[in-house]
Design a binder for this molecule. Structure first.
Ligand code: SAH
Ligand code: SF4
Ligand code: F3S
Length: 477
């Protein structure tokens, strides 16, 4: 009840702002950094802003309200924010715009201190646990003309029923859990997103049924550790209502698979240590679950993995991949890798290359280790010199690009089911879509194919996309 009251309260502020800016044709722009969870949060912020009467614009210079949703997982994100703030100073002086900064970086005290000291023109600072209070914060900033700092260190509740303005009308993201309990030693996320807590099965299923009714075809389930969905609740005996048989990640996949209209289900990120047999079985049985699984490796060396607190060894990871490949027909894998974690030697890095060679990932997201204040990794003494990190990164990149090129060749001549997403950005005459394995396919076709899963023959391959040709229309899965 308390939570519902809070949402009612925010709806009240949304109405008040709407009244306040009536007939003023006010515009907002939003700039999002970071992962899909942040993008989903930005869709909620956009939903609130539109409910308050702001119209979205891509042009910062024409905005009355500029929102930044920040990330702090790597250092370059910080450089980006401070660069942007420099740009905004002028706009603030010229047009008196309202500047609001939220997201993960705002949960770091050294960052908010820096903003208050060096960028005092920022109006609102809000954190990951107070996103739902944005209307109230904005109202106070507008009506009292004072600086607002609304950051909580305790884990925020999960609020349902906030407005949302989605970026896409075919594919949608659905956050199924917040926070992370894993504390990988390089990672800042557990400190800025708080402890793991799952949304109720009914709330998730209702959201996806609603999406299906609105014509969405693909959902991506989001969380920092999706395959431990509801685990904490069970461990701590926190009551949750089972709904349509959902009491785990595997049963959630099974329930979503039954929703008519939804044709594809994806999820990011699962953790290898929680990849239980029931999840593998659910993936193989559920026809709508895409067979591209993101399985973050981080490092291929057992000692480095231990230092990273990943809780699996090189062999356990490779065995899991073997098991999954045996049980899930047409499985493809993508992964995340960090190079240059403290103490990583050239020899240990070779293990990462070895795993990449063995697994042959469909896609590899590669990162250079970045020290994050407050994490155990930052305190480790044996930091790898930048130059060596870059040499390793380039070596890995070369291997990955060669593999992708080889892998792309395998697509040529095959028939792929493609969800048609819209016009190609580079050539409006052509359409673009994605295979089950998330490869972009460009082809020539009628616009009414958009939103359908069709069969295409792949005729040629390029580094980042494939070219396809129609063979029959409106083929549904
Ligand atoms: N929860 C997810 C993803 C978290 S962040 C998971 O466990 O896979 C996304 C990716 O950023 C991570 O998988 C990791 O590869 C990378 N990353 C996180 N912290 C980093 C750091 N300090 N330096 C470099 N890369 C990092
Ligand atoms: Fe970070 Fe590890 Fe949690 Fe992923 S699982 S968010 S890498 S601490
Ligand atoms: Fe970045 Fe926060 Fe996501 S730190 S990666 S936006 S959870």
């Amino acid at each position: 009840m308390e939570k519902q009251e809070e949402i009612q309260n925010q709806k009240f502020y949304m109405e008040k702002i709407k009244e306040m800016i009536k007939n003023q044709n006010q515009k907002f722009s939003i700039f999002t950094m970071g992962c899909q969870l942040n993008e989903n949060d930005s869709e909620k912020l956009s939903g609130m802003a539109e409910k308050m009467g702001y119209e979205k614009t891509e042009e910062q210079a024409k905005s009355d309200l500029v929102i930044f949703n920040t990330c702090c997982v790597r250092e370059n994100a910080e450089d980006k924010l401070f660069g942007k703030l420099g740009e905004l100073k002028k706009l603030k002086e010229q047009n008196g715009i309202i500047i609001a900064i939220g997201g993960c970086m705002m949960q770091e005290k050294h960052i908010t201190d820096k903003i208050k000291e060096s960028y005092p023109f920022v109006d609102i600072i809000f954190g990951t646990h107070t996103l739902h209070r944005f209307p109230e914060d904005l109202y106070k900033a507008l009506s009292e003309k004072k600086k607002i700092e609304d950051i909580l260190d305790i884990d925020g509740e999960i609020y349902e029923g906030l407005p949302i303005k989605r970026e896409n009308n075919i594919k949608a993201s659905v956050t199924i859990m917040n926070g992370c309990n894993n504390f990988c030693s390089y990672c800042i996320v557990p400190y800025v997103r708080g402890r793991e807590r799952s949304r109720k099965p009914k709330d998730i299923l209702d959201e996806i049924k609603d999406l299906a009714q609105k014509g969405y075809k693909e959902v991506t389930l989001l969380g920092q550790n999706v395959n431990s969905y509801l685990r904490v609740e069970k461990e701590k005996n926190i009551q949750f209502e089972e709904y349509e048989g959902v009491n785990s990640f595997a049963t959630l996949l099974i329930a979503i698979n039954k929703i008519p209209g939804i044709e594809r289900i994806r999820f990011v990120s699962p953790h290898p240590k929680d990849f239980t047999d029931d999840v593998i079985e659910a993936i193989s049985k559920c026809d709508k679950v895409c067979k591209l699984i993101h399985l973050p490796l981080q490092s291929g060396n057992t000692k480095v993995l231990k230092e990273m607190n990943r809780k699996y060894t090189k062999e356990q990871y490779l065995n899991l991949v073997e098991k999954m490949k045996n049980k899930i027909p047409n499985l493809t894998l993508s992964t995340d890798i960090i190079v240059g974690f403290p103490g990583e030697t050239d020899e240990e890095f070779e293990d990462t290359l070895d795993v990449v060679e063995k697994v042959k990932f469909e896609q590899v997201y590669m990162f250079i280790y970045s020290r994050r204040v407050g994490t155990p990794g930052d305190k480790m003494e044996n930091q790898v010199p930048e130059k060596i990190k870059h040499i390793r990164f380039d070596k890995l990149k070369k291997l990955v690009e060669n593999q992708i090129e080889e892998n792309n060749k395998k697509y040529v001549g095959t028939i792929q089911k493609v969800l048609v997403e819209g016009e190609s950005k580079n050539n409006k005459e052509l359409l673009t879509g994605r295979t089950d394995s998330n490869k972009v396919v460009i082809f020539d076709g009628e616009k009414d194919l958009i939103g359908n899963v069709i069969e295409l023959k792949i005729v040629s391959e390029h580094m980042w996309y494939l070219k396809g040709e129609k063979i029959c229309q409106n083929f549904h899965l």
